[in-house]
Design a protein around this ligand. Structure first.
Ligand code: DHB
Length: 389
């Protein structure tokens, strides 16, 4: 009797689930988990705006499916990310998960993507190892080793013998520190001190004081998107530039979201990154104009471009599977995609599911009265060096 009851309950549940499935059959749901509030809120704002722009430009019906974009705020808090990922998969029955503003958030959601076989498009988090946390992860942002290696090479070739590194004390910071040091040392330079600042509410002052006392040729910085302006301000206030210490870093520190408000003291700062709003291509010009127009003049940053390209990867996978694909088919259609992004050429490596892209060396300059990261050198088709070993 008990068994019969249990069986009929299961049957009823399955029936309910399949009828739900029918009702939802002509919709395709993309669930973005983003930090819309808190310390990383600019990441969420940029990616959400870019995803909405992509939809406005490319329509919301693809392969006969109505695209539904669901945006959830995790405030970059991993337990919230995990709960939201679960709810999106189980309750909303999303076809694809996306977003993930910081590394711990991406790690928190990865097991849910694996268990539910849901493709998970990482549009921000940039620690090398993230793509190995689930076979369902595809990344459209970048990796810190990609950017840091380029800076280690550039610094050594440009008279920087003695450097201090200053990074946020978590995954991407540790990647940046390690790969910058490796390349600088390989090229005959030296990292004389490696400083790590807390991710939450960092006070840069005591660290910068220490750097001023050491007086290296350069200070190499990684801080996440949104924290660069505080570093720049305190660096300049201490007169470190005037003391002959060059500020260099990955492009996160001269983030396009904040750069124009950093003041002329930022002019001359050299960084390495995969995207600049000043990237001189027709595709980028079009992207920047449309983004600024749709967002009251807000300039797109590297987070926005990864959100935009992430939506493209999802749209193209949906087209390629003619709207009939489950998680595995969609994932297969994401692997190996190659296209021109506003950042330049971009490729999703089918083996690693990570992004292969150009890394540009840029210098902050004033262009038409505004501060931009102006690209002056390029390393082409850079794979994540974190996976090469
Ligand atoms: C990460 C976050 C950022 O804001 C950034 O610029 C780079 C990396 C991260 O948490 O992975």
């Amino acid at each position: 009797m008990k068994k019969r009851l249990a069986l009929s309950t299961i049957a009823a549940t399955l029936l309910a689930a399949s009828s739900l499935g029918f009702a939802a059959d002509d919709t395709f749901k993309i669930g973005l988990i983003l930090p819309m509030t808190g310390q990383q809120a600019s990441t969420g704002k940029q990616i959400a705006a870019a995803a909405q722009l992509y939809m406005a430009q490319n329509g919301s019906t693809v392969a006969g499916k109505k695209i539904e974009l669901i945006i959830k705020d995790d405030a970059a808090t991993p337990d919230v990310t995990k709960r939201l990922a679960q709810e999106l998969v189980v309750n909303d029955k999303v076809n694809v998960l996306g977003g993930f503003g910081v590394t711990p958030a991406a790690f928190a959601a990865a097991p849910i993507a694996t268990q539910s076989k849901t493709p998970m498009v990482v549009m921000a988090a940039a620690t090398s190892i993230i793509t190995q946390a689930s076979p369902y992860i595809v990344r459209t942002s970048f990796t810190l080793p990609q950017a840091a290696v380029a800076m280690g090479d550039w610094a050594a070739k440009n008279g920087i013998k003695k450097a201090v590194t200053l990074v946020s004390d978590y995954g991407p910071g540790l990647d940046a520190e390690k790969y910058f040091k490796e390349r600088l040392t390989f090229n005959g330079g030296q990292v004389v001190e490696a400083l790590r600042v807390p991710l939450r509410s960092p006070d840069f002052a005591p660290f910068l004081q220490k750097v001023r006392d050491i007086k290296p040729d350069a200070l190499f910085v990684f801080v996440p998107s949104g924290a660069g302006a505080a570093v720049m301000k305190q660096f300049l206030e201490r007169g470190m530039d005037k003391a002959g210490i060059k500020l260099i870093g990955t492009g996160d520190v001269t983030d396009d979201d904040q750069l124009n408000d950093m003041g002329d003291g930022a002019i001359g700062v050299v960084t390495s990154h995969h995207y600049s709003a000043a990237h001189p291509s027709a595709a980028n010009k079009k992207f920047v104009e449309a983004f600024e127009k749709a967002n009251k003049g807000m300039r797109p940053n590297f987070m926005a471009v990864a959100g935009y390209d992430g939506m493209r990867v999802i749209y193209e996978a949906l087209k390629a599977t003619k709207g009939n694909g489950g998680g595995d088919a969609l994932l297969a259609a994401m692997k190996g995609q190659i296209f021109e992004s506003p950042r330049g050429p971009m490729f999703i490596d089918a083996q690693t599911r990570d992004v292969v892209q150009n890394i540009y060396i840029r210098r902050v300059q004033k262009v038409n009265g505004q501060l931009y990261n102006v690209e002056f050198d390029v390393l082409k088709d850079v794979k994540d060096p974190g996976k090469a070993k």
